[in-house]
Ligand binder design. Structure first.
Ligand SMILES: Cc1ncc(COP(=O)(O)O)c(C=O)c1O
Length: 350
C-alpha cells in the first residue's frame, strides 16, 4: 500500500464533531455497588430498566478471546447493517464520494450507498464470480473511499482468492471492507489475523448465520484502533440493547454447540449438493463456502413459484447480474432439506 492515512478519509464534519456523552459513558465502573441517579431511568429492577453498557465490554471481551483480536479493535452494532452504515457515515462525503461494489453481491452495500447519497460504482465479478482486479483499480479515483468484498460472497457462495484480496489491500488507498458473514462455513481461514498488517482492512462478521442469532441483531466490525475510534464517536450511544448483549454472551460462550451446528449444516450442504446434481431441473451448481447453494435451473421463475406453492420458500436470484435462472437455497434442518429434495424430485418427474 502506498500512503494510506485514515485522517485523509474521515469526513470533515465528523472530525470536528463532539460525540454525545451519555450518562453511562460518563460513569464507567459498573461493577461497583453504586446508586444510579444519573440517567433518568426507572429505578425498579426488572432486568432491563437500566440503559445498556454503551461499549458492550463483556461481549467484546468474550469475542476478543475467541477471535484473538484486542477489544479496542472491535465495534458492535445492531446487525452488520448498522456497522456498515457507520462506515458510510464516517468516511463518505454525500454527493461527492463513491464506493465500489462487486455484483452479484449482498444488496445492502448498494442500498446504504444510496441512503447516504454516495455513488455506487459497480464492477461485475467475472464468470467465475471472482473480482476483476484491473477493472476495480481502474474505477478508483480520488473520491473512492471504500471497496466492498463479500467473501464468501452472497449470493454466489464462493470465497475470493487470497491474491485478489491482497492486491486490493496493497493497491487501494481507501478502506477495503471484507464482509465475512459466512466465514464459519468456509474451508478458508478468516482474514482477522491480517488486521494488524493492513491498516486499510476492515472485516465485518455477524452472529446471524453460524451462531444462529439473526433475531438478536448483533453485527461485529474489526479494524484498526484508529478506525474503531472514529466509528465509536458516531455510533448511537446505546446501539446494542441489554437483551442482545446478554443473549450474545450466552451463545458466544457455547462454542461447542456452534461448531456442531456448523458441521451439521455443512454435511447437509453436501447432501443437497449431491441431490441437486441428480435432477434435470438443475443445470449447474456453483461451489459454495456458505450455508446456501446457488444453482442454475431450467426456468427460475417457474421453479421458484412451484416450490412456493408447495410451501417452500427459496430465493429467486434470476434478476441479479450473472445469475440468470439462478436460485439460492439456504441449508435448513435435515427434515426441511429432505422435504425440499422430495418436492424437487416430484417436480423433476412432472
Ligand atoms: C453478506 C452478508 N452480510 C451481512 C448480512 C446481514 O447481517 P446482519 O444480520 O448482521 O445484519 C447478510 C445477510 O444476509 C449477508 O448476506
Amino acid at each position: 500500500m502506498n500512503n494510506f492515512n485514515i485522517q485523509n478519509l474521515i469526513r470533515e464534519n465528523i472530525k470536528n464533531m463532539q460525540p454525545y456523552s451519555s450518562a453511562r459513558d460518563e460513569f464507567k465502573d459498573f461493577n461497583k455497588e453504586m446508586i444510579f441517579l444519573d440517567a433518568n431511568e426507572n429505578p425498579n429492577e426488572n432486568g432491563v430498566n437500566r440503559y445498556p453498557d454503551p461499549q458492550q465490554k463483556t461481549v467484546k471481551l468474550a469475542l476478543s478471546e475467541i477471535k484473538r483480536v484486542p477489544e479496542n479493535k472491535i465495534l458492535l452494532g445492531n446487525g452488520s447493517d448498522e456497522v456498515l452504515d457507520l462506515l458510510f457515515r464516517a468516511f463518505c462525503e454525500p454527493n461527492r464520494d463513491n464506493v465500489i461494489t462487486l455484483p452479484p453481491t449482498y444488496g445492502m452495500y448498494g442500498v446504504l450507498a444510496n441512503l447516504n447519497a454516495i455513488e455506487n460504482r459497480e464492477v461485475l465479478l467475472n464468470e467465475n464470480f471472482e473480482p476483476q482486479i484491473d477493472k476495480i483499480l481502474a474505477s478508483v479515483d480520488q473520491n473512492t473511499k471504500m471497496i466492498f468484498l463479500c467473501s464468501p460472497n452472497n449470493p454466489t457462495g464462493n470465497s475470493f482468492s487470497d491474491e485478489s484480496i491482497v492486491t486490493l489491500l496493497k493497491n487501494f488507498n481507501g478502506i477495503v471492507v471484507l464482509d465475512e458473514a459466512y466465514i464459519d462455513f468456509s474451508a478458508k481461514e478468516s482474514w482477522l489475523s491480517e488486521i494488524s498488517d493492513y491498516p486499510n482492512l476492515v472485516i465485518t462478521q455477524t452472529l446471524s448465520k453460524a451462531y444462529g442469532m439473526a433475531g438478536i441483531r448483533l453485527g461485529i466490525l474489526y479494524g484498526s484502533v484508529e478506525i474503531i475510534t472514529v466509528l465509536n464517536k458516531i455510533k448511537p450511544p446505546y446501539n446494542v440493547n441489554v437483551l442482545t448483549q446478554s443473549k450474545a454472551l450466552q451463545y458466544i460462550e457455547s462454542q461447542e454447540t456452534v461448531k456442531n451446528q456448523v458441521e451439521e449444516i455443512k454435511n447437509q450442504r453436501n447432501l443437497i449438493y449431491g441431490e441437486l446434481l441428480n435432477t434435470n431441473i438443475v443445470k449447474e451448481i456453483y461451489r459454495t463456502d456458505a450455508n446456501f447453494i446457488l444453482c442454475k435451473v431450467d426456468d427460475a421463475n417457474k421453479r421458484y413459484n412451484q416450490l412456493l406453492e408447495k410451501g417452500i420458500v427459496i430465493r429467486n436470484r434470476t434478476n441479479d447480474a450473472l445469475c440468470e435462472n439462478c436460485l439460492r437455497i439456504t441449508i435448513g434442518t435435515e427434515v426441511e432439506n429432505q422435504k425440499f429434495i422430495s418436492v424437487l424430485k416430484v417436480l423433476d418427474k412432472s
